[in-house]
Design a protein around this ligand. Sequence first.
Ligand code: SF4
Length: 496
Amino acid sequence: MSSQASIGIPVTGISTASGQGFTDDSPKDECGVLGLSTPHGEGVAQLAFFGLFALQHRGQEAAGIAVSDGQRARVHKEAGLVANVFTPDTLAPLTGYHAIGHTRYSTTGSNAERNIQPFLVETMHGPLSVAHNGNLVNATALREELLNRGFGLTATSDTEVFTLMLAAAGGQTWQERIERTLPAWKGAFSLVILAADQVIAVRDPWGFRPLSVGRLPHGGHAVASETCALSTLGCVDIDEVAPGEMVTLRGAELERTQVLAPQANSARCSFEFVYFSRPDSNWDGRSVHHTRQQLGIELAKESPADADVIIPVPDSSIPAAIGFARETGLPFNDGLIKNRYIGRTFIEPTQDIRERGVALKFNALSENLEGQRVVVIDDSLVRGTTAGPLVKLVRDAGATEVHVRITCPPITHACHFGVDMGHDDDLMASQLNVEEIREHIGADSLAFLSLDGMMQAIADRKSGQDDGYCNACFTGEYPLAVGDAQAKLSFEGVLA
Ligand code: SF4
């Protein structure tokens, strides 16, 4: 088998038990967006805060809320978690009837302060604020066009491109300006836009990222990346914003317009079901929790194991482990306990903790593992930096055998639609075959769910059927050309 160094897999992080530090192997979450408009204006900023709080899992680097009172707009945004960024004092000035909010993980542009959303600019048509989830594959060309037209750019994310293009577009209304600008945008975008007297939400015609709308219990409406945020706000009549649809929220009014024809090859992100979305969200008419259980059932049908107990890697793999246990008839139990409050820390771990790799994030429950043949269920394997230390942790806790089962196919290609998985070469499965990965992580057996099995769980797919989902990170078949897609930090050079 090739050695780790010779195949170019990063040796930093915790790829071995004696690794140099802790690197989380999870694909980095994208972003969460939220918008709402009420006729009475009571507690709009507080509502936005609680909606964003429910979207925290989609981005933990920064958060922001912009509010408009019909004439003026104000924004508060900072690096940090929603609960740290907003206090009664920072929310108090955000009075008005209409609001948008954003939780950020930087998929384009660095995590610099200037890239924190929502963006807010003054235009000749009044204030304009924009927040975005996704990634444009043609942002470099659009950005160059703006620079050639003499626009000054202050940030390095493609959200600024959206904002400036809208501000400069012709048309009598924001809806007209959006309609004129939309055809130029190629890629993934679920956008919320705040103007003086309304909130407008738009979803790209491929439908990459989720976006839903609902009716607030005391008047008005809200849109959000995930239905869990709408449920937190008490929304009823929750419905998906269709690919290519524009939704206008103006006090008690709701207007829905199909501004772009949905692409024939629609491309919902299957990875939202595997990992990103909260299990209490619904998308494409399906519960994420139920779908994850189905992923476990399909995995058990394809790759059962001769074992004594099934344990999940918490939290996102819990429903799949329950499904796997049900299908195999083997008992489900906790074997790994996660520190749910782990986040960004500026305190360096001690040498001892660093050497024990996953110790910061997980401890093993030896009473449930000792003398057991264990199946560990995990949602995905990206760079492969945590799987080896987790297998070792379970073995050190007394497991006699460790079998790893992954609820999606091997990830072999980078995502260009808003999910930061690094480059193709950073992905373990682009470098090693399944047997080599098994040997690398030290498991007794390893199996990934097949593409057909995953799509059977997500969309009841029969083999080969086109079900309107993007699976490019598993297949390399991108739903639109990604030749111009920029690397995450490519705009930094332009500003430098
Ligand atoms: S490439 Fe993967 S992560 Fe990106 S949108 Fe497609 S399925 Fe989702």
